[in-house]
Design a protein around this ligand. Structure first.
Ligand code: UTP
Length: 277
């Protein structure tokens, strides 16, 4: 049974300055919905309705977004605008939200470790909300695809996609033995390798399913690339000791942590989702 999902949202979002000076990157809207809401919708659709956020200073608007806005709702009650809040009200009604602060931004691995007591001793998903994943109408979301695989294999799973060789330095990159249907058994993982050192062009994107033994592995992981505690290093240990799978998901992913990806996602959602609704 997997029912929890962790959202590390404590990063500084420096690539979006000055927009992110006083506002979390995850609250930037793609058309009319903040990035983080797309992520929570994907988790809820996968049956994960206990949502944990790893936040930081200056991230309060995320907690406000997943709470009722009494004055506003009263103000627009009975007007045509009420329906604009339907999607967020549904999430608030159907999911549980918990928040914990990461006091020092020591990297994604450290952010996940900060969620130890929110996630408890059970498998959980991790979503990096600045990676927006979309699928064709009627298809299962990326997390739902991964949850299905977890139920079959019961081990940690990372989502991967092929990236151009000159972009591997931005990602954790895996080497693996191909199993079937886009699934690999991970044999190696390198965080942000130079092109020459990359074991493949299969890059990890912001969707993970992790088994709870990952916490102890992170605890024993020394700071790696850029002095940050890297989840990739802990996952490599897990792969060496047992099993980690990498899954080439069905769907499309936009790197909304970068300006180009953000603009691409905005155009895509405007033309393919917003205008059609
Ligand atoms: P990124 O490196 O993409 O996000 O981390 P960032 O640091 O906020 O962005 P830039 O590079 O400065 O523009 C990936 C995810 O991990 C979270 C971030 O919030 C983001 O969702 N993160 C990263 C944490 O929660 N804590 C950290 O210490 C580091």
């Amino acid at each position: 049974m997997i029912r929890k999902c962790l959202f590390p949202v404590a990063g500084y979002g420096t690539r979006f300055l000055p927009a992110t000076k006083a506002m979390p990157k995850e609250m930037l809207p793609i058309v009319n919905k903040p990035l983080v809401q797309y992520g929570v919708e994907e988790a809820a659709a996968a049956g994960l309705n206990r949502i944990g956020f790893i936040t930081g200073r200056g991230k309060r608007s995320i907690a406000d977004h997943f709470d009722i806005s009494y004055e506003l709702e009263r103000e627009i009650a009975g007007s045509g605008k009420e329906e604009l809040l339907t999607s967020i009200r549904k999430l608030i009604d159907e999911n549980e939200f918990a928040f914990k602060r990461q006091n020092h931004m020591k990297g994604l691995g450290h952010a996940i470790l900060s969620g130890r007591y929110l996630m408890g001793d059970e498998p959980f998903a991790v979503v990096l909300a600045d990676d927006l994943c979309v699928v064709d109408e009627g298809e299962e979301g990326v997390l739902a695809q991964m949850v299905k695989l977890y139920k079959q294999f019961r081990c940690s799973i990372v989502a991967i996609q092929e990236v151009p060789e000159d972009e591997v330095h931005k990602y954790g990159v895996i080497a693996g033995e191909y199993m079937k249907d886009g699934l690999y058994r991970v044999t190696d993982m390198v965080e942000k390798p130079a092109k020459e050192d990359a074991p493949s062009n299969l890059a990890i994107i912001g969707r993970y399913i992790l088994t709870p033994d990952i916490f102890e592995l992170i605890e024993n992981t020394k700071p790696g690339k850029n002095g940050e505690v890297q989840i990739t290093d802990a996952l490599l240990k897990q792969a060496q000791d047992g099993c980690v799978l990498a899954y080439k998901f069905k769907g499309r992913r936009f790197d909304c942590g970068s300006i180009d990806g953000f603009v691409e996602a905005t155009n895509y959602v405007y033309n393919n989702v917003f205008k059609k609704d």
